[in-house]
Design a protein around this ligand. Sequence first.
Ligand code: FE
Length: 199
Amino acid sequence: MTDYPHSADYPSPQLRVEALEALLVERGLVDPEMLDGFISRYVNDVGPMNGAKVVAKAWVDPDYRKRLLESGTDAVKELGFGGPQGEHIVVVENTPTLHNVVVCTLCSCYPWPLLGLPPNWYKDPAYRSRVVREPRKLLGEMGLELADDVEIHVWDSSAENRYFVLPNRPEGTEDLSEEELALLVSRDAMVGVAAVKAG
Ligand code: FE
C-alpha cells in the first residue's frame, strides 16, 4: 500500500473504488451484478460464525483440533469452509502462557472464509504498526489485559499464510454443547485482540 505524504489531499478510498468500478464496468471487464453478489456473499453469508464453528469443534473434538493445527486449510474444508483468501489457512493455538495475535503489516490479508471481510481497524496503519512494536500495550488499549508471564506472538498474514487464532476455551464452559460454545466465540478472539468469555 502506498503511503501518500498527504493522504488528505487524495479522494477517499470509497470514491476511488467507485471510480475504478465504473471504469471496469464501462470497459466491459467486470459485471456489476457479479460484483454485488460477491460483496453480499462476504458481508451477509460468510462471517465470523464460520470461524466460531471451527473453534467450538476444536474445543470438543481433540482429533479435529490436531488436524486443524496440522493443516488448517484441509480441516476447515471438512466443515465446508474454503474459497478465495482461504487457500493457506494456518491455525495458531493460544495456551495459558502464549497468546497469538494476527496482523497483515503489508495490507489486509485475512481468512475471508472463516471471518468474512476484515474490520476497518484491521486495515488501519496504526494497528498494523503498533501490534508489532508494542503488542501488549495495544492489546491492553483494545481491552485485552494479558498477564506479564503470558508471551505474545504476532503473526504477519500474507498471500502465503493467513493466520487464524484458536483461542483458549474459557473456564466454566464444561457443560456447554458445541453449538453453545460457538456462540461465545467472537471475531476479535479469532484475530487475537480479545479473549473468549464464558458468557
Ligand atoms: Fe495483506
